[in-house]
Ligand binder design. Sequence first.
Ligand SMILES: [Zn+2]
Ligand SMILES: [Zn+2]
Ligand SMILES: [Zn+2]
Length: 345
Amino acid sequence: MVYNELRKDYLLNRWVVIATERSRRPTDFVKQKTEQAQGSVCPLCVGNEHMTPPAVMLYLKQNGEIKTGKDHNGQRPQNWLIRVIPNLYPAFSPPKDPTDQEQIMKSENLGNAIGHHEVLIESPNHDEHPADAEMPQLTLLINAYIDRLRDLSSKPYVQYVSIFRNYGREAGASLLHAHSQITATPTVPRIPAEEMAASKNFYDRHQKCVFCDIIETETKSPRLVLDNRHFVVFAPYASVHPLEFWILPKKHAANLLNLNKAETEAFAETLKTSLKALKRLVNDPPYNYGFHLSINAEARDYYHWHLEVYPRLSIWAGFEKNTGMYINTVKPEASAAELRKAVQV
Ligand SMILES: [Zn+2]
Ligand SMILES: [Zn+2]
Ligand SMILES: [Zn+2]
């Protein structure tokens, strides 16, 4: 009797059954594209700035230079390259008056959802998604992530900044224009909090960063997808999604705030290469990606930022929702092998 493997995440108390008995190959997930109905006006396109709230941050192209600015006095310049606006239906809102930020929690299990919820428009071009973006524009996107992270993390009521991207309707994108979202929250959400606690625990026992260890292991493992000067990409040991991959910086840092120019460009390049491989492999699937990082100075030594990419190829059903345990029908080693080939095309 051969059993399915039950694997545990590096840090989280999260288990996944690698159900290879169904022996699906990653490419079994190739989907026929259903044509998206076009026709309605895109509120994120150039010329429609008045359809959205005023931008809190703009990268503007002026006389061949890129300047940072924002919308004010009813002005909505159209010469932007990146545009960051408050979400029209925010999950978290800024404090209305200063005393609100001092008392966010009303009791142990009730608080005000104080924070920020932003939409980052990645390009004036409707379809300039990272897998196909021009490198200078994609580098601007990473710089914009860093600028928003710097601004939001400096606010006293912000404990965590989540930067994420939904691509495709099945992954939750209600607008098709290339965009990311940023939420700044008054507490650290469960998954990053669990990762931080576990990596602190590891650090206390071994005096080293668990992610630096993971990098060393995975660069020599069959789960490796890509290894360049500044970054490593691999399918995590206990992937919960077929073709899931993570991007980790080789330089130890708890967040992206100190990325230098070369590293920022290398990150943009690595992101594009890996997403392009995914797109090529399974016909442009929907996906979500999100950063895990810490803005807590205390976490400097034990936490290590990374980006997790979750392709949306299988639908989670009752078991996953009911238990928090997952079933993945593709071995991470098989996912990595396919991605590795696709990266090299
Ligand atoms: Zn658009
Ligand atoms: Zn590290
Ligand atoms: Zn993580």
